[in-house]
Ligand binder design. Structure first.
Ligand code: SME
Length: 149
């Protein structure tokens, strides 16, 4: 079995076994952080009205606990409903800095029936850390999370 399938299998199991949606989100961010060493900050934002509100995360505290849809890479991904990969955050004018060490970022919307419910946000201290493999893994994780939210 591929490594991606092993991680996805673990997310399926914890989604089936956790007592509530919030626990699934918390356990999922912890699992991703543990399984992928280049994921230095892993968090989930949930859409409330027209703001993204920080939910469970693993990593340093961020000042960006509420992000309007027209701000940041997070806002851009949620508005478009599309995954965004930024290889060099410092050259992207939309970027809202969370940590000086961060060099690249991926944001993956969590959507159900075409409606964005939230997103997975991951920062890496390595430039261009996120590949198509990361995208495939995280989009599959987002589909599982959409089922529990
Ligand atoms: N970098 C994000 C803000 C969230 S922090 O990375 C945790 C953005 O540009 O939207």
């Amino acid at each position: 079995m591929s490594d991606r399938k092993v991680v996805l299998g673990s997310v399926y199991l914890l989604a089936a076994g956790a007592p509530d949606a919030r626990s699934v989100l918390a356990e999922t961010v912890a699992l991703l952080r543990r399984e992928r060493p280049h994921y230095n900050w892993v968090g989930i934002y949930l859409l409330e009205k027209d703001e993204l509100v920080l939910g469970p995360y693993v990593g340093k505290p961020t000042p960006h606990t509420r992000i309007p849809l027209n701000k940041g890479i997070c806002g851009a991904a949620a508005s478009s409903g599309q995954t965004l990969i930024v290889d060099d955050v410092n050259s992207d004018p939309r970027y809202l800095a969370c940590s000086l060490e961060t060099r690249s970022e991926i944001v993956v919307p969590i959507a159900r029936d075409g409606r964005v419910l939230g997103e997975i946000d991951i920062d890496s201290d390595q430039p261009a850390a996120f590949t198509e493999e990361d995208r495939a893994l995280l989009e599959a994780v987002a589909r599982i999370l959409a089922g529990v939210l």
